[in-house]
Design a protein around this ligand. Structure first.
Ligand code: ADP
Ligand code: ADP
Length: 226
């Protein structure tokens, strides 16, 4: 089964800039996959389209066989997303953010509460559950976004630069958390510009540059070439 299938994906932004020039890519179920490439290559645009945050201008995307044009709601349920940037409202509390997201995904509060608790504990945020999200450190905000992305138990977790700006110790603990989630069966796709991060975590990679895929191979094969 393919967790993600992208065919001839194109994006031209409103200002006429062609960010994706017809890329094709498959990610297998259970994979830990990295989308690599320099700043401005088109990584966030690609993931934005997969999560339906960005409108594509051409091509096809399906998530576990569900075409995002046919059943956007179903596709959305299958995905958990951790965006690169996020803003929290003035009074939003940590636990409520996770519970609200669960609510959007159709979970009852009774179902959501124990899941939110488990995730916040696993991510070291339980003591902060009543804190205002806005006041958390950058690393905590990112872990909160991971809890929020996982509460509905998506089959595919998408992380855009998950450890950007995070110190080395926290980065390592986030790596082991992601590895554990992957071991439990969640397919993971992340973007990163740290090759070391992809090397430690990912089995397969694609490199994108100027809106085109210039390499799509296993991490092993890539390292053998370097
Ligand atoms: P679309 O063509 O998908 O409707 P737009 O061109 O309307 O997208 O831009 C969407 C948003 O992204 C706008 O708020 C715009 O200000 C912002 N934006 C514009 N240029 C850039 C850029 N180079 N990088 C990131 N964001 C941008
Ligand atoms: P990456 O995630 O690889 O850094 P992005 O997908 O964010 O790259 O951006 C790809 C290109 O598209 C960049 O040149 C960026 O400036 C441009 N871009 C991104 N968003 C917009 C937008 N809303 N409007 C116009 N150009 C954009």
């Amino acid at each position: 089964m393919k967790a993600l299938s992208i065919h001839n994906l194109q994006k031209t932004y409103g200002n006429g800039f062609q960010a994706l020039k017809g890329i094709s890519l498959d990610v297998k179920e259970g994979d830990f996959f990295a989308l690599l490439g320099p700043n401005g290559a088109g990584k966030s645009t690609t993931l934005g389209i997969v999560c339906s945050l960005v409108r594509k201008t051409g091509g096809k995307v399906s998530i576990f066989g569900v075409d995002i044009d046919d059943d956007f709601a179903k596709a959305k349920q299958l995905i958990g997303v951790v965006p690169q940037e996020f803003n929290f409202g003035v009074f939003e509390k940590v636990e409520d953010i996770v519970l609200t997201s669960a609510g959007y995904q159709g979970l009852t509060l009774k179902e959501a509460r124990p899941r939110a608790e488990q995730l916040l504990r696993d991510l070291g945020l339980w003591d902060k559950r009543h804190a205002q999200a806005r006041m958390l450190s950058g690393g905590m905000k990112r872990r909160l976004m991971i809890a929020r992305a996982l509460v509905h138990r998506p089959k595919l977790l998408i992380l855009d630069e998950p450890t950007a700006g995070v110190d080395i110790e926290l980065r390592r603990s986030m790596w082991s958390f992601m590895q554990e989630i992957n071991r439990q069966g969640t397919t993971i796709i992340l973007t990163t510009h740290y090759l070391e991060e992809a090397e430690s975590l990912c089995r397969n990679i694609a490199i994108i540059d100027k809106g085109e895929i210039i390499k799509n191979t296993s991490m092993k094969a890539l390292l053998a070439e370097l």
